[in-house]
Each structure stands twice: as structure tokens, then as C-alpha cells.
Write a new protein. Structure first.
Length: 285
């Protein structure tokens, strides 16, 4: 089955609409141990050999926060010109998913460690665009599922699934921008420049190698359009886990063209998660 998505040309989309973007970037920290236990974070070990009662969420286990993880989060917050909370706490984000052994992710909700910052990003032609930062908060990674027996490696058609919890509990920092407005036709370029600048910053701080091709840094691209001159944001789509600079730019560009096609034919955008396909440069629901 092939599905095609209606698009309008990029130029026509920008003639009628202003894009609004929000970028959520997850960075795996390069700490030696996990966020709440002493298990190693080294890659390449046999499945489930780097686990313990804490990161498996067994009853009675007591998490203890990784001091280096907190210091790394503060460094990132300061580098992003954020205010640093003198008091913050973790929250349980409950959802049912097999790659999360505890059935909740330990994250931060209303009291993130860093908030209200900005990052000035330079584009290819030298122009500087300021991206406002909403928050940077600490959380932990999930495990990894492998679906076996099907043709595609996806869960549909698989005969069984394997779970590796070595990654569960590795420290993550999530950095969330405020809605990015005013970039106009340069929005996809701003998205790419922002992620590049953030990656260089994180490397310079020495808190992570931030290698996108290894999943150490991944970006969710939220995008909506509003008719030119409007002041109320449209409904956003969220393209998850985009894992290269080029793909960040392409995903934003594709979503601008897709949203414009839906809106200009009288349709409505549904708020949903979408997946970016490297090979076609398109997103699917
Ligand atoms: P969620 O966890 O539901 O994705 P977050 O607040 O963590 O929510 O992230 C939403 C991201 O999308 C933020 O970067 C925010 O600035 C941005 N955003 C919010 N509303 C819109 C909108 N209408 N259009 C584009 N981006 C938006
Ligand atoms: Mg999101
Ligand atoms: Zn552990």
C-alpha cells in the first residue's frame, strides 16, 4: 500500500501562513553510571547485564540521584542562560510501555532544574536568531525493544519481542524551547541551526558526546501554522525522534507544506505524533 500526502509548494505555504515551532531535544549524558543507581552506562554489553533492583523498579528499591548528572544539568542550564532552581524535585510520569520496567519514567514536571533561558544561534549567512528556552529538566532513558520474526523489525507481524534494560535509567536531559515565532521561511533553517548549536554547546561542556546517529541526542519537532497576521497559534503536530541535523530541517519543511495543504483545503490539523522517514523526507501519522 502506498499513501501520498497532499502538499503545497513551500513558497505558497509561506505566502499564506506563519510557522510556529517548538523543539524538544533529549540528550543522553555521558555519566559512568545511571541516573538513580550504580549500574554502568557502557554500550555493547550483553542484554540485561547492566541492571539492578533500582533500574528494574523492583519493590522496595531506593533510587539515589547521580551527582554528576545533576551537575551536568546545571552546566547545560547555565550555558543556555537559564535560571537554576534552588529547589526542584522529580515526578513519576506514568505510562504503560514494555520498554519501561517501572511503568513510570522518573522525570521532572512542574519544578525543572533550569528554566527561562535562551540560545543565540547563527545561521549560514551569519544572521543571529534568538531561540527562547522554556526549560531543561532531568529524566531517564527507557529500555530497548527488539521485535523478532517479522519482515520489517516493527511490532506488526513479529512473533515475539525481546527487551534489553541496559539503557533503562541512563540520564537524559530534555531541553524544551518556547514557541519559536517570527522565523518565517527560515524556520526549518533555524531548527537545524539551533540543534547544531546545542550539540556543539553540549560537547564543549563535556557532558555528552551528543552523537545523533547513535541516539545520544534526538529531537522532536513540533510545528503549527497560523494564517499571516493571526495572533493565535494553530494546532501542532509533533514529529518524534528525528536523529540528524538534515532531518530536523527536512521534517520542519515537510510539515509546513503538509499543514498548509490541509488548512488551505478547509481541513483541520489533528494534534498527533508523527514519524519522519529519512528515505522519502516525509512524515506519517
Ligand atoms: P508535550 O510534552 O505535550 O510535547 P511540551 O510542552 O513538552 O509538550 O512541548 C511542546 C513543544 O511545542 C514546546 O517546545 C512548545 O514551545 C511547542 N509548542 C506549543 N504549542 C505549539 C504550537 N501551537 N505550535 C508549535 N509549537 C508549539
Ligand atoms: Mg512533546
Ligand atoms: Zn541499576
Amino acid at each position: 500500500m502506498t499513501t501520498t500526502t497532499d502538499l503545497v509548494s513551500y513558497e505558497d505555504a509561506l505566502a499564506s501562513y506563519d510557522p510556529v515551532m517548538g523543539l524538544e531535544v533529549h540528550v543522553e549524558l555521558g555519566t559512568a553510571t545511571k541516573m538513580f543507581c550504580g549500574c554502568s552506562t557502557a554500550l555493547g554489553a550483553d542484554p540485561n547485564t547492566q541492571t539492578c533492583p533500582v533500574c528494574l523498579g523492583l519493590p522496595g528499591a531506593l533510587p539515589v540521584v547521580n551527582a554528576t548528572g545533576v551537575e551536568s544539568a546545571i552546566k547545560i542550564g547555565l550555558a543556555l542562560n537559564c535560571e537554576i532552581a534552588e529547589w526542584c524535585r522529580f515526578a513519576r510520569k506514568n505510562y504503560f510501555y514494555p520498554d519501561m520496567p517501572k511503568n513510570f519514567q522518573t522525570s521532572q514536571y512542574d519544578e525543572p532544574i533550569a528554566f527561562n533561558g535562551y540560545l543565540d544561534v547563527q545561521m549560514e549567512d551569519g544572521e543571529v536568531f534568538r531561540v527562547e528556552i522554556e526549560r531543561a529538566h532531568m529524566e531517564e532513558d527507557t529500555g530497548k525493544s527488539t521485535h523478532v520474526g517479522g519482515a520489517t523489525g516493527r511490532i506488526h507481524g513479529a512473533s515475539h519481542s525481546l527487551l534489553d534494560y541496559n539503557r533503562a535509567g541512563i540520564p537524559l536531559i530534555e531541553i524544551v524551547t518556547k514557541p519559536i515565532t517570527g522565523a518565517g521561511e527560515r524556520a526549518p533553517e533555524v531548527a537545524r541551526a539551533y540543534v547544531r548549536e546545542l550539540r556543539e554547546l553540549i560537547r564543549a561542556l563535556g557532558v555528552s558526546e551528543a552523537r545523533m546517529e547513535m541516539g545520544q541526542m534526538r529531537c522532536d519537532v513540533n510545528l503549527s501554522l497560523m494564517p499571516k497576521g493571526a495572533d493565535k497559534f494553530g494546532t501542532r503536530s509533533e514529529t518524534k525522534n528525528v536523529n540528524s541535523l538534515r532531518s530536523v530541517e527536512r521534517a520542519a519543511r515537510f510539515e509546513i507544506q503538509r499543514h498548509a495543504a490541509v488548512l488551505s483545503s478547509g481541513g483541520t490539523i489533528v494534534q498527533e505524533t508523527r514519524h519522519f522517514h529519512e528515505d522519502t523526507g516525509s512524515t506519517i501519522s
